[in-house]
Design a protein around this ligand. Structure first.
Ligand code: FES
Length: 106
């Protein structure tokens, strides 16, 4: 496997008046922040962060998912990036307060 972890961050942006979207809620800023932090920590060869289209978690956005675990995070703020990197990406402990608990209607 090329990467130990792979993070997809939704940057989908919908037109005004349409359903909520992560792109309008700083999704791209999150991508840039993850990329920069991972690079600064020298982790960008083993952990890849990249933008993604809609992850079908729009109402929980800004949304992202971490593989191989398949853990979805919602309502992610730029100020959460360091904790996600430290707790989850480095120490394998998902940040429970941000984990999306999908209901059957999601
Ligand atoms: S717009 Fe981000 S999950 Fe759908």
């Amino acid at each position: 496997m090329k990467f130990e972890k792979h993070i997809f961050i939704c940057t989908n942006e919908r037109a005004p008046g349409e359903r909520k979207s992560c792109g309008k809620a700083h999704g791209l800023e999150l991508v840039q922040c993850f990329k920069k932090q991972l690079k600064d920590l020298g982790l960008n060869k083993t952990i890849r962060a990249q933008q993604a289209g809609c992850l079908d978690a729009c109402e929980h956005g800004p949304a992202m998912v971490v593989y191989p675990e398949g853990v979805f995070y919602g309502g992610v703020q730029v100020t959460d990036v360091d904790q996600i990197i430290n707790d989850h990406l480095i120490h394998n402990k998902p940040v429970e307060r941000l984990v999306i608990n999908f209901s059957e209607s999601d």
